[in-house]
Design a protein around this ligand. Structure first.
Ligand code: ZN
Ligand code: ZN
Length: 237
């Protein structure tokens, strides 16, 4: 398929995304499902004691797992060009984070909710975890790790938002400490190719970069070219 044909497919997919309310409703449904399951799992896990050391281990492991897993999903999505599939409009819309990386300033709770709507893969993961928790199929420590990782997967979206949008000293400090994503670390993803996909704090980027180098041809000469003929609403005003 030629680049022009791919660009046409991209524009058709975005036309569907912007005109069919089903896609926006689907995003809202995913947001509600993710936030509901996260809240339910947290309520379920908090009374289970793992001790102070267990909590430290769980939070540290969850932070690294969420950074890594969400980075891998980002790597997969940045290379996905199935615009003609039923989920193609969602894929096309995802790629616009490279075209217009600045977000509209929003309340952080709203960012958490809205951006959770792009995490379709997280819903079945949380649902299976909820079933496992209900049937006692997971050890208390592993349950804590996975529940925290599930919540941090949505927090990663807030971290990415702050990285692009905020000059708050607290956000900058958390970024520089490696707790959240630093502007310097994340700039590599937008300025270079096939690099730095992680976006909770970027600590697992060295590993994801190795996987990307072996599995992906990058986005600069690939999916980033597909939106070249697309005009966002802001650009067409
Ligand atoms: Zn990206
Ligand atoms: Zn970004």
């Amino acid at each position: 398929m030629t680049l022009e044909e791919k660009q046409r497919e991209f524009n058709v997919a975005m036309q569907l995304y912007t005109t069919r309310t089903g896609y926006k409703l689907f995003g809202s449904f995913i947001s509600v499902a993710n936030v509901f399951l996260q809240a339910w799992l947290l309520w379920r896990v908090l009374p289970i004691s793992v001790g102070i050391l267990g909590q430290v281990i769980a939070i540290t492991a969850a932070w690294l797992i969420a950074d890594f897993v969400n980075g891998l999903v980002h790597l997969y999505m940045d290379n996905n060009d199935r615009y003609d599939s039923f989920y193609g409009p969602l894929v096309a819309n995802f790629h616009l984070h490279h075209k217009t990386p600045r977000y509209q300033p929003k309340n952080l709770a709203l960012v958490y909710f809205v951006e959770s709507g792009s995490k379709v893969w997280l819903v079945p993961c949380l649902f299976c975890l909820a079933l496992a928790a209900e049937f006692g199929a997971v050890s208390p420590l592993l349950l804590h790790i996975l529940v925290y990782a599930g919540i941090l997967s949505s927090l990663a979206e807030v971290s990415h938002y702050l990285c692009h949008t905020s000059m708050s000293p607290i956000a900058l400090r958390l970024g520089n400490l490696g707790i959240l994503l630093s502007k310097k670390r994340h700039a590599v993803h937008h300025m270079q190719d096939n690099m730095s996909y992680a976006f909770l704090n970027g600590l697992t980027d060295p590993l994801i970069n190795l996987i990307a180098a072996r599995s992906s041809r990058g986005y600069k000469q690939n999916t980033d070219l597909h939106y070249a003929m697309y005009c966002t609403e802001a650009e067409s005003r």
